[in-house]
Design a protein around this ligand. Structure first.
Ligand code: ZN
Length: 138
């Protein structure tokens, strides 16, 4: 998938900060790094603005998302084209790092899910980065 097609697919919006940018301020980021076997297929590529890509630097995606709750929320809201297996492994890494409120439930919840949207939804449910609108129960 070439850069322009990728940016168009993502609406020229950075998956990390959620900002829409001109093409010259955007870059291609690999979910699974090339050095760890990640390929150039559409489900391994996301649009990232240069600022976020620079801030991410050498960190793995899981480290980056574990350390930045706001970025994590944006990513799981916006990165809906990422292959389910990649999203699931990022979710499991976040749970292992204790980055989410209920790690065990998260790992259990994403097990066997085959849709990226479903996986992202489960992550959002078990992540408590923002106050929930309309709390349930009580
Ligand atoms: Zn950004």
């Amino acid at each position: 998938m070439n850069r322009s097609a990728l940016f168009a697919r993502d609406g020229y919006r950075c998956v990390y900060c959620g900002e829409v940018q001109d093409e010259e301020h955007l870059s291609v980021d690999h979910v699974q790094p090339r050095m760890r076997g990640g390929d150039g297929s559409q489900g391994n590529l996301v649009t990232a603005c240069r600022g976020c890509n620079t801030r991410k630097a050498g960190r793995s995606l899981a480290d980056f998302l574990a350390e930045e709750p706001e970025t994590r929320r944006n990513f799981f809201t916006l990165a809906r084209y990422v292959w389910p297996r990649h999203l699931r492994s990022v979710a499991e890494e976040l749970a292992r790092r204790g980055a989410v409120a209920s790690p065990a439930e998260l790992v259990e919840g994403v097990r066997g899910l085959r849709s990226s949207e479903a996986i992202a939804d489960v992550v959002q449910i078990h992540d408590r980065v923002a106050p929930e609108k309309g709390s349930e129960g009580e």
